[in-house]
Design a protein around this ligand. Structure first.
Ligand SMILES: Cc1cc2nc3c(=O)[nH]c(=O)nc-3n(C[C@H](O)[C@H](O)[C@H](O)COP(=O)(O)OP(=O)(O)OC[C@H]3O[C@@H](n4cnc5c(N)ncnc54)[C@H](O)[C@@H]3O)c2cc1C
Length: 354
């Protein structure tokens, strides 16, 4: 008999199970895909927080302040713990003056966590709460379910590009609600990125490389020619807007003299070249370049409501994208929330101090 059942072997589930192991417990970890890692494995691996709490609150004003405070206060210690498991670090900063954190190699991070967990039951899906054993829901939200995205987020969801790992179709949300839980704020919000529009071909290894992250250097319009002014450094506002526009499309027009602007280690021109090479519609003239993009839904920001103990309801816990209300109104690191609340969920589920 396991001490705790963990549904999902992505970031939050593996962290929770590794913490359970550290405490001497035996977790049963079920993963519906034939591989561990979930969206974490596809991610850039940057686990971060805002440098100061006031900026976090200002950028994510509708999130639960108690959860945000925990994330802010615990992340640095939790990053050191990940480091101690041997997760390979690529960079010890985020390259963004507003944030601090660590970039891990996502494949190595997955491997280190799986090793710390010991055993994961692959291709095994949790369909309902197991009853007497504590349950940790870590199924990654519902970014891979067009039905739930259409119902809760946007009528244009059928046109969106689904950028998340395919297993995250809202199982945790359903199981948590069936057990008597409730939903958090912001069920209609997602983290998304503009991606090259069809007929572009985008495989899993291209999800990070092909993101078109230069709206702030572009004129952004929808199919009707209406303009949108970018307001945030993360461009979360553009992506949320785009997802609600006709066919979830936006056209990014970049003036010739802005093509050399840098987006992390690449130029805007290089990002556009990559989109064009993948097959996206690109129009070039002497004055500017226009790229057709589609909203790429990456993570849902709303989910089950949890308290500071990651508790949904007696004996049922949620973490990662299954737990909503952390980044509501803006954007914060999903990997960081999965790390902090995954550890808390495991401790509380096993009767330890959070
Ligand atoms: C391309 C890309 C880049 C990203 N870059 C970053 C970044 O740099 N920084 C950052 O903070 N975030 C990033 N993210 C977001 C980050 O990956 C997620 O926020 C994070 O993985 C959420 O963790 P999770 O454990 O909730 O979900 P996941 O890591 O997706 O894990 C959920 C797992 O649960 C499994 N599952 C689902 N249903 C069941 C069930 N019924 N039974 C058993 N298993 C089930 C799924 O198959 C999946 O393996 C990125 C995401 C993508 C796709």
């Amino acid at each position: 008999m396991p001490d705790v059942v963990v549904a999902g072997a992505g970031m939050a589930g593996l962290v929770a199970a590794a913490e359970a192991r550290r405490l001497g417990a035996t977790p049963l970890v079920l993963e519906k895909l034939p591989r561990a890692g979930g969206s974490m494995l596809l991610s850039s691996g940057v686990i971060w927080r805002h440098r100061d709490f006031e900026t976090f609150r200002a950028e994510c004003p509708d999130g639960d302040e108690r959860l945000q405070r925990l994330l802010f206060e615990r992340l640095d210690d939790d990053l050191r713990w990940l480091d101690s498991l041997g997760a390979p670090v690529v960079q010890r900063d985020t390259g963004n003056p507003l944030t601090t954190g660590t970039r891990f190699d996502s494949g190595g991070l997955t491997e280190a966590l799986v090793e710390a967990v010991g055993a994961v039951q692959l291709a095994e899906r949790l369909g309902e709460a197991p009853g007497s054993v504590p349950l940790i829901l870590a199924t990654g939200g519902f970014a891979a379910s067009r039905d739930l995205l259409r119902a809760h987020v946007s009528a244009e969801a059928d046109h969106a590009f689904l950028r998340a790992a395919p297993g995250s179709i809202g199982d945790g949300l359903r199981i948590g609600l069936e057990a008597g839980g409730s939903t958090s704020s912001g069920l209609d919000q997602v983290y998304a990125r503009a991606m090259p529009a069809p007929p572009a071909r985008i495989g899993e290894p291209d999800l990070v490389r092909l993101a078109q992250l230069y709206a702030r250097h572009a004129e952004v319009t929808n199919e009707r020619g209406e303009r949108y002014e970018t307001r945030t450094w993360s461009e979360i506002d553009v992506a949320q807007w785009q997802l609600r526009q006709p066919r979830a499309r936006a056209w990014f027009t970049v003036a010739a003299d802005r093509l050399g602007e840098r987006v992390r280690e690449r130029s805007v021109a290089e990002l556009i070249d990559a989109a064009e090479a993948a097959g996206a519609p690109v129009r070039r003239s002497e004055e500017d370049v226009t790229v057709e993009t589609v909203a790429g839904v990456t993570t849902t920001l709303g989910g089950l409501a949890i308290d500071e103990h990651a508790c949904v309801i007696d004996n049922v816990y949620a973490c990662g994208a299954d737990a909503g209300g952390v980044a509501t109104g803006g954007y914060a690191s999903g990997l960081a929330a999965a790390l902090v609340f995954g550890r808390i969920a495991a401790r509380v589920a096993l009767g330890e101090r959070p």
